[in-house]
Ligand binder design. Structure first.
Ligand code: ADP
Length: 431
């Protein structure tokens, strides 16, 4: 409007004088020239506007006069608003992607053809994929387990999420994965992958443990029950010697069950209990107690020695330490034939630590068994362990007690030549 008024003012100012002094033709010429001049001005502004609009980014609009200036400014404001909205959207998108990337679960986004559209680092790791190499690839070409392919099929057929899938893909290095899927926009699907390896392992440990305990209890129970049935059905016909033998066997088996339950309770309290109250344990008294137990168990069948040249005080739990040292010593008695030697020792080590060791001249252990000895119910010779009153839990208890005292267990052994079990305690526990 402004520019229209200016043009009209120019026409009014120049038209009539030109008519008056130079005649109508000249007036028409002046007006035409004026119109052309104004038109050229507008043409120039349009060109500048086009150039400016074509520039990338947030450049300031060119200088303009009259109504063009207002138009330029309005356009500039609109362009800036759009740019800042785009920036906010980009930031939100980035944040969203970072959040998904940081999820502890693996996330895979599949397009309608089930090609990989996006994967987060966790999914790369769990599925053994690579963003650069595998984006755009059909996921079924990479994870080929039949159950996974069937799962993808279910994801396509229904709008609802199929039940979670448990799978151990060959390319994920033996891990147990739980995959959940959810269809979303335009036939896309989201896969959420969770690593359940640890849980799966715990579950199988638990199953093995229950099976082992049941197995261990069954034999003694069968013996006791057999005795009771025989007693009920006519023990009268048994001779007093037979009767005494049956009773003895049943009692032995009852003791075995009791030992098993005691060891199980000890293990359970070591595994779940609070850290032991720490006290300054008098090592000499502890060793004397362990030696007495060993002598009683050996009943004169072995030569038992004790050396105490280590620190006088060991910080820890006396009851747990007695149980661990006692277990090592009782193993030496049980796996050393009559006449053998058993040496108990408490010594300072060259690196400042101190160690309790039990060395025997017994049957020894073949190297392949050594790493597994502290597993619950692991035995080299099941029959021999049972016959000597073993529960298969002794070294598992030792391991737990030592862990609770930050001590390490070293086992050296040669079949036929004897074994040496050494528990080394950290410097800060010694006094
Ligand atoms: P167990 O009650 O069977 O003795 P442990 O957990 O104490 O259970 O020991 C596990 C196994 O380690 C034993 O069954 C035995 O085969 C082996 N073992 C432990 N100590 C000795 C030892 N001093 N000499 C030979 N074998 C041993």
């Amino acid at each position: 409007m402004n520019s229209l008024l200016t043009t009209a003012a120019w026409f009014a100012a120049l038209g009539p004088p030109a008519w008056f002094f130079l005649g109508p033709l000249a007036a028409v010429a002046v007006v035409a020239l004026l119109a052309l001049w104004r038109l050229a001005g507008h043409e120039r502004q349009i060109k500048r506007l086009t150039t400016w609009a074509g520039q990338p980014g947030d450049a300031l609009p060119p200088e303009a006069s009259g109504s063009w200036s207002a138009a330029f400014l309005a356009l500039h404001r609109r362009a800036r608003k759009a740019a800042s909205q785009r920036e906010a959207l980009r930031e939100m998108n980035d944040r969203f992607r970072l959040a998904i990337a940081a999820l502890p679960e693996g996330v895979v986004i599949l397009d309608a053809q089930r090609n990989i559209e996006w994967i987060n680092p966790r999914a790369e790791w769990l599925f053994g994929l690579d963003t650069l190499r595998d984006t755009g690839m059909p996921v079924a070409h990479l994870v080929r387990e039949p159950e996974f392919i069937a799962f993808l099929g279910m994801l396509r057929e229904t709008d609802a999420a199929p039940p979670p899938l448990l799978v151990r893909p060959a390319r994920s290095g033996g891990r147990t994965l739980q995959v959940r899927g959810a269809p979303f926009s335009d036939g896309r699907a989201l896969l959420l992958i969770e690593d359940l390896t640890q849980l799966d392992r715990l579950e199988s440990v638990r199953r093995d443990f229950v099976a082992n305990v049941s197995h261990e209890m069954r034999t003694p129970l069968t013996v006791v029950r057999g005795f009771l049935e025989t007693a009920r059905d006519g023990m009268a016909s048994a001779s007093p010697e037979e009767m005494a033998h049956y009773l003895e066997t049943a009692l032995e088996q009852a003791h075995r069950m009791q030992r098993l339950i005691e060891d199980l309770l000890t293990l359970s309290s070591l595994e779940t209990g609070a850290p032991p109250p720490e006290e300054a344990v008098d090592v000499a008294a502890l060793l004397a107690g362990v030696k007495t137990d060993t002598l009683v168990l050996s009943a004169g069948r072995h030569v038992i020695t004790l050396e105490n040249s280590g620190p006088a005080i060991l910080t820890g739990n006396a009851r747990e330490l007695h149980s661990a040292f006692g277990n090592l010593a009782s193993n030496a008695v049980r796996y050393t034939p009559e006449g053998g030697q058993i040496a108990l020792a408490w010594r300072k080590l060259a690196d400042g630590r101190a160690a309790f060791s039990v060395t025997d001249s017994g049957i020894g252990i073949a190297a392949q068994h050594v790493p597994r000895l502290t597993e619950r119910f692991y035995r080299v010779d099941r029959g021999r362990s049972r016959d000597s009153g073993g529960t298969g839990l002794g070294l598992a208890i030792v391991k737990h007690v030592l862990e609770r005292h930050q001590a390490t267990l070293t086992i050296e052994s040669r079949p036929g030549a004897g074994s040496s079990f050494t528990a080394a305690f950290p410097v800060r526990r010694l006094g």
